[in-house]
Write a protein that binds this ligand. Sequence first.
Ligand code: ZN
Length: 184
Amino acid sequence: MKTPQNTPIFLAAILFSAFSWMACQPANSQQADSQAAPSDSSKLRPGKNGKVRLTDAEWKKILPPESYTVLRRKGTEYPYTGALLKNKKEGLYVCGGCGLPLFSSMTKFESGTGWPSFHDTFSKANVSNITDDDHGMTRTEVVCSRCDGHLGHVFDDGPAPTGLRYCINSVSLRFVAGGKLATK
Ligand SMILES: [Zn+2]
């Protein structure tokens, strides 16, 4: 995470991260849900390095507030509130920021945690792991490889065949029905 450029943003980041400790822990909180909206800005075209790079102000302008908070400020949506938690349709879960395919409905499972969960990525290259030492514990954060948007965390208590559990915020994702669901 880059060093915040000014105090208000820094304070906002602290406030949002205060909720992050709840990530992927069972809870019963019920809040209004929301879903990342399609982003079609021409600024979302990848550069020569394959990355999507927008300024913080640009992200704030094109993303719904709740998606901005999670994707760009590493926030966490309240459990059991995500619009995609119970989605059982066939399709792809793409990045709510840049649209990169991240997860397939073929690997979605019910984890009981209150967040959409997957046992594998759509493509290993599209999801990057980062060690997260926040909140006094070491976890593995997962981000979109193209725009570095925060998605959630990955744990090693998932089902076969991978044994992994990608615990992902609904607002970090956008669902696209149908299409090619597997990379192999
Ligand atoms: Zn992305």
